[in-house]
Structures are given as structure tokens and as C-alpha cells.
Ligand binder design. Structure first.
Ligand code: SF4
Length: 410
């Protein structure tokens, strides 16, 4: 099953608010006005929209204040990418205290969106669905097990690649008819590109790295205290930043160029903490701690048994540490599977191999059929079994299962 939710989750609530990631805008060609996308989300069926980029500007403001007040503890490491935070927690214990203890923009956005929706509608919190439109699976893991807070305000996470084509027909309306919704400036929308978060801090002595291989190198150098004079280190697991997330459709570098064009004439920032009383506390309420692998189970014996399973599973993965599954490394995916939080086919390479294997088995069975194309009872049973498994795997791969014939929204 895909790790993210289908768009039909909007039917589970009386009122829904879409939280579009800023990387959504960069999927469209020649987009000159963010309101075209935001109005299309309303036409698609959401009751309201709150931009994650608006909350990103609040996070940037809080980060500027925090860094100024704690200058002697620098360098700080960005905590916005869940894959990076996870990587630090499992592999770099000495760097955990350097994580910026501020909520990710999507969490701040979810908190504000729910509070505003409750005020506007009078509905109970559970009747309101806060739906994040995400560039990556790691935000799905984040929503289930948030960082620095007990419970996330995000109810569901849907993939940009699922929403992207559905918005297209709703984006063809006359621009003069658009409701003015967008409230983000250059800083907020710029968070979608590598270096965008650091740019919002308005400091010069920062380092921004993207892609798992590069960030591992930077973290090792930080751990060995080889990097000096830095105030801030921005790390994004995906190449190019969130525009390179695995749930997007556009090439990361083209998307990054589109973002730059889109924000060129925007004001620097349009959001300030003092104007957002709904956001009670932008800082982490709980400490984020080192997550050693021997804490897998409740007892030492159980952890040892689970560690053995982790090793076995890790050996089955390609060892690329590509982050496509939402876990920063193949070993952390194996740990998630052993904990019951993920499945082996969350790994795109395992999934592809399964699909190829099932396709081979199906074609072998059909090739062995007699000239009348009849199969023995056993082969017929196997064929149905393989087709069913293949349909499930293809659905995980993002190919919609048309056998149920349901519309993605209704
Ligand atoms: S860099 Fe990639 S994994 Fe990290 S938050 Fe952005 S899209 Fe998700």
C-alpha cells in the first residue's frame, strides 16, 4: 500500500483545509500567480487552503530570533526535513543538541489552519481535516510520529503527484475571477529550494547541502568539528531541496528554476509571528533524543532479536541510502519495518523487483497454456493469485487500480 493517503480522505471530514507545500507551485509550467493553484484546490473540493509557505515565514522569523539569542551555541542544524532529523538521531548523537528546536513549517501551518477553521465553522477539532499535500513520504512518517511535540495537527498526507493532474482542469479559469488567497512572500515560497530556508535567516555564514550522500559528508565533518565559523547548516535529504521530493512530478532543477521565477517580484515576507496568535508555541515542547538501534524493543532480549531481523532485512536492500522510502538510510527503513511502521515494498527497488518477478511468473503461466488458452485448475489459481498481487504492487507504485472503477475524489 502507498505510504501516503488517497485524496478521497477529504470525504472523511465535515470541513477540510488543504496545506499545499510550496514545492507544489513549481510543478506547473508558466505559473505566474500562486492564487491560480490555491483557487483550484478549492474547486477540487477543499473548503479552505492555508499555505505552508506562509507558516515557513513564521518559522524563519522564530529561527532568526532563536539564533540571535543563542549565538554562542552555533552552528544550528535545520530540523525541517524529517529524513535529516532521523538520520541525526540514529547516527550522529553528538549533533542532536544542534537541531533547531522549532516546529517544521507544515506543523505550524496545521496548527494555525485548525484553529482558524474551528473559529470560522464552530466545528469540533476532529470534524476538521487538515490535509498536507506533500513532496515526500518522510512527511507521512512525521505526521504519524512528530518531532518535538506529542501529536501532530496533520490528519492526512496526500502526494503532490496525485493532486497535480487533478488540479490542471481547475486552473484554466479567468485570472480576474480568482479570490485573493495567497499570503506568502519570497522567503516562504523559497523554502522549497535547497538554500531557501537558510536564505530566510538573512545571515551569510551558512552552509546548505542536499542529497543524502552530501549531507552525510557534512554531518561527519560537523561531528569531527572540521567546519568552523558557521551559524546555520541547512540539510535537505532530496537533491535540489523539497522540489526534488519523490512524490513530485517535475525535474528538481527545472522546478527550482520555476520557483525562482515565481518569487522574483514578490515581497520578501508577508507573515509575522505577532499577527498569528493561533500559533501558541512555535518551539518544540519535547526534547528530541538520540534513537539508538538497541532501543528497538522493550527489553534488551527483544531488541537483540529485532536487531538480527534488521540486519537480515538491510542486506536485502540495495544499500543506496536514497531516501525515496521516507527513511534516510536502508538500515532505518529496516528498523521501521521491524517496528511495524513500514513494509519492504516501501523500497522502490524491492517493489520494482517484485513487480518484475510477478510479471515473469504471469507470462510463464500464460505461455504454458494450451492452444485453446485453457489452464489447469492449479495454474488458473496461481494466475489469479499473481494478478492480484501484481495489482496490489502496482497500486503501491502509484498506478491507480482501475478494477474498483472509483473516482479519486468521490
Ligand atoms: S528534502 Fe526531501 S525528504 Fe526532506 S522534507 Fe524536503 S522533500 Fe521531504
Amino acid at each position: 500500500m502507498p505510504v501516503y493517503d488517497p485524496l478521497s480522505v477529504i470525504n472523511n471530514f465535515r470541513y477540510t483545509v488543504a496545506l499545499p507545500a510550496p514545492s507544489l507551485y513549481a510543478q506547473y509550467n508558466n505559473l505566474t500567480n500562486v492564487d491560480i493553484v490555491l483557487n483550484a484546490l478549492l474547486r477540487l473540493g477543499f473548503d479552505d487552503v492555508y499555505e505552508v509557505s506562509a507558516a515557513a515565514e513564521l518559522v524563519s522569523e522564530a529561527a532568526r530570533e532563536y539564533i540571535r539569542a543563542h549565538a554562542e551555541e552555533a552552528p544550528f542544524i535545520s530540523s525541517a526535513c524529517p529524513s535529516v532529523v532521523r538520520l541525526i538521531r540514529v547516527k550522529f548523537p553528538s549533533l542532536v543538541s544542534r537541531l533547531l528546536p522549532i516546529k517544521a513549517p507544515v506543523e505550524a501551518a496545521a496548527e494555525i489552519a485548525r484553529a482558524r477553521a474551528m473559529k470560522k465553522t464552530g466545528l469540533k477539532p476532529e470534524e476538521i481535516g487538515i490535509i498536507f499535500i506533500s513532496p515526500c513520504p518522510s512527511k507521512v512518517s512525521y505526521a504519524k510520529a512528530p518531532l518535538g511535540i506529542e501529536k501532530s495537527n496533520i490528519d492526512n498526507v496526500v502526494a503532490i503527484k496525485d493532486v497535480y493532474p487533478l488540479l490542471l482542469p481547475h486552473m484554466k479559469h479567468d485570472e480576474s475571477q480568482l479570490s485573493p488567497i495567497s499570503a506568502s512572500g519570497r522567503i516562504g515560497i523559497g523554502w522549497s529550494n535547497a538554500g531557501g530556508e537558510a536564505g530566510g535567516l538573512l545571515v551569510d555564514n551558512y552552509l546548505a547541502a542536499d542529497g543524502i550522500v552530501n549531507i552525510l559528508r557534512v554531518l561527519e565533518e560537523l561531528e569531527d568539528e572540521k567546519l568552523h565559523g558557521l551559524t546555520f547548516v541547512e540539510l535537505n535529504a532530496c537533491s535540489g531541496g523539497c522540489v526534488g521530493g519523490t512524490l513530485t512530478v517535475e525535474n528538481a532543477y527545472i522546478a527550482a528554476a520555476k520557483t525562482k521565477r515565481l518569487v522574483r517580484y514578490q515581497p520578501v515576507s508577508k507573515n509575522h509571528l505577532s499577527d498569528n496568535p493561533e500559533l501558541k508555541n512555535i518551539y518544540w515542547a519535547d526534547n528530541v533524543e538520540y534513537e539508538p538501534v538497541f532501543r528497538l524493543g522493550n527489553t534488551f532480549k527483544e531488541s537483540l532479536r529485532m536487531m538480527g531481523k534488521v540486519e537480515e532485512l538491510t542486506a536485502q536492500f540495495p544499500g543506496l541510502d536514497c531516501g525515496s522510502c521516507g527513511a534516510p538510510t536502508c538500515q532505518t527503513l529496516a528498523e521501521d519495518i521491524v517496528r511495524g511502521d513500514a513494509a519492504p515494498n516501501d523500497c522502490i527497488y524491492v517493489l520494482r523487483a517484485n513487480i518484475a518477478d510477478l510479471s515473469r511468473k504471469i507470462s510463464h503461466l500464460t505461455e504454458n497454456a494450451d492452444p485453446e488458452r485453457t489452464l489447469s485448475e492449479e495454474d488458473d489459481r496461481l494466475l489469479h493469485k499473481y494478478i492480484k498481487e501484481l495489482t496490489t504492487e502496482l497500486t503501491s507504485f502509484g498506478v491507480p487500480d482501475r478494477s474498483g472503477k472509483e473516482d479519486p475524489i468521490t
